[in-house]
Ligand binder design. Structure first.
Ligand code: E4P
Length: 215
């Protein structure tokens, strides 16, 4: 399973990258706004340090606007993935862009049928938002299970990218279901490694090593 970080914060990206297990980055307009930097500066700064896929979201609402934005961003780097919302005009743009060989990450997916259409249009990634479904008392991980099954039934190449992750259990469930990618906020990446018994066990080993080597 690939691990992406869900942030536009360059320091968080560098920290996560130093762990050696980061495969890419997803951004969205809200995450870029949080950095306080101009959009282009922020994305180009990320592209300078990340060799893996970096998702950059379009904000146009028509096919032509989305494609024009996508062409501009795709020129910023070979690893740019264009994030397109799964609306009618977006679906048309996914088809056009994937036909041109541009990688597309289809965002704001909340249903298996949206995921099916995105795959048919040639999406590279589908991003179902699990946390936002959980927030409205709908099982977000159930959507992942449905999409993994549907894509398996027809052998679609589109990768299932679990988005809107809120906690480590989302990552465990995604891995058990065979999702291709999890995009994870910085705070949750930090939680993945933690186990109290690891810390307790390490403290005991170090204390015993001290005892054994005294005198
Ligand atoms: C990722 O591609 C999405 O933009 C992101 O995961 C949304 O997460 P949120 O629901 O925490 O805003």
């Amino acid at each position: 399973m690939k691990i992406f970080i869900d942030t536009a914060d360059i320091e968080e990206i560098k920290q996560a990258q130093s762990l050696g297990v980061l495969d890419g980055v997803t951004t969205n307009p809200s995450l870029v706004a949080k950095t306080g930097k101009p959009f282009e500066t922020c994305i180009k700064e990320i592209l300078e340090v990340v060799p893996g896929d970096v998702s950059v979201e379009v904000v146009g609402l028509t096919h032509d606007e989305m494609v024009a934005e996508a062409e501009k961003y795709a020129a910023w780097g070979d690893n740019v993935v264009i994030k397109v919302p799964i609306i009618e005009e977006g679906l048309k743009a996914i088809k056009t862009l994937s036909g041109q060989g541009v990688k597309v990450n289809v965002t704001l997916c909340f249903s298996p049928l949206q995921a099916l259409l995105a795959a048919k249009a040639g999406a590279t990634y589908i991003s179902p938002f699990v946390g936002r479904l959980d927030d409205i008392h709908t099982d977000g991980m159930e959507l992942i299970s449905q999409i993994v099954d549907i894509y398996g039934n027809y052998a679609y190449d589109t990768e299932v990218l679990v988005a809107s992750i809120r906690n480590p259990m989302h990552v465990v469930s995604a891995a058990l279901m065979g999702a291709d990618v999890c995009t994870i906020p910085y705070k949750v990446i930090g939680q993945l490694l933690k186990h109290p018994l690891t810390d307790k066990g390490l403290a005991a080993f170090l204390a015993d090593w001290e005892k054994a080597n005294k005198g």
